[in-house]
Design a protein around this ligand. Structure first.
Ligand SMILES: NC(=O)c1ccc[n+]([C@@H]2O[C@H](COP(=O)([O-])OP(=O)(O)OC[C@H]3O[C@@H](n4cnc5c(N)ncnc54)[C@H](OP(=O)(O)O)[C@@H]3O)[C@@H](O)[C@H]2O)c1
Length: 270
């Protein structure tokens, strides 16, 4: 009888091997999961957020995965800090292949009580924070004639859920910007993907209870979708797929969309 020779375990191919990525909002939640997923796929990652110890901890995990990490404390609302992040990335690796603009802030307030400051605060992080980093990486990506920008918006950037008006306004603004950027930048070799997560189990909505139909998904599921979209570029990604039901219904008729939100209490409760 012939005994088969023991085979070495198969190494999974790293599909983003040696790509250079920048991830904002990298200190926890979806950003953290995305950094680690990118490193597992072979990318080197510049991590940006305001909380230095968290960035250091996650950078150490990237090193453990055998990849390089560059933690850069950055407030995305400050254009100069964002420029410094991109400059440091370019100094270290000479190029930038991937940007995941993920930093976000959830601002909820019923419309009757909303203040201009609420909207400004939501816009500063969710919209201008993404705009600053897109503007900072674009010259390098255009010069390379290659790059992929992933913008993490929200299902709240497809269908407004009460009482999220300030957040919804910022996420719709970002989704609209992305829609144009994708079409304009494609001929120059730069892909743009917009990611629309539903409810995700992170610190952002830790105190919010949600109905079964919009059950919180793990941040790793969003990170997996982001990596998939980087490998096979797609214009838009909705995660989980079930959320497409609300988009289709609302496109058919906003009456139906509103009814769906009301009936299933998609706004959640404390
Ligand atoms: N959780 C959800 O249900 C959900 C659903 C749809 C979309 N999203 C979107 O997904 C993205 C990630 O959210 P998450 O759920 O992972 O939330 P999270 O756990 O609260 O993480 C938010 C991240 O953004 C960073 N951040 C916030 N303000 C910043 C600023 N001014 N400058 C730099 N970084 C800043 C935070 O880091 P520091 O505090 O250390 O700066 C943190 O790393 C956001 O854009 C969010 O809107 C979340």
């Amino acid at each position: 009888m012939i005994t088969p020779k023991p085979q070495p375990p198969k190494l999974r191919a790293q599909r983003l091997r040696d790509k250079i990525a920048i991830v904002t909002g990298a200190s926890r939640g979806i950003g953290e999961a995305t950094v680690l997923a990118l490193a597992r796929e072979g990318a080197h990652v510049a991590l940006a957020a305001r909380t230095a110890p968290d960035l250091e901890r996650i950078a150490a995990e990237v090193h453990l995965a055998g990849r390089e990490a560059l933690p850069v404390v950055t407030d995305v609302t400050e254009a100069e800090q964002v420029q410094n992040l991109v400059n440091q990335t370019l100094e270290r690796w000479k190029r930038v292949d991937i940007l995941v603009a993920n930093a976000g802030l959830y601002v909820r307030r019923p419309v009757a009580q909303v203040t201009v400051e609420d909207v400004e605060q939501a816009m500063a992080v969710n919209f201008y924070g993404a705009l600053h980093v897109i503007r900072a990486v674009l010259p390098a990506m255009l010069a390379q004639r290659r790059g992929h920008i992933v913008l993490v918006t929200s299902m709240d950037g497809k269908k407004g859920i009460p009482p999220d008006a300030p957040y919804v306004a910022a996420k719709f603004a970002l989704s609209g910007f992305a829609d144009v950027a994708r079409q304009e930048l494609r001929p120059a070799g730069v892909h743009v993907t917009t990611v629309f997560p539903g409810r995700v189990d992170t610190a952002m909505i830790a105190d919010l209870k949600v109905p079964w139909i919009s059950a919180k998904i793990p941040p790793q599921q969003v990170a997996h979708s982001i990596v998939k979209a980087l490998i096979h570029p797609q214009p838009e990604v909705v995660v989980p797929r079930l959320a497409l039901a609300l988009i289709y219904l609302n496109t058919l008729s906003p009456h139906l969309g509103d009814w769906f939100v009301r009936t299933f209490r998609l706004e959640g409760w404390e």
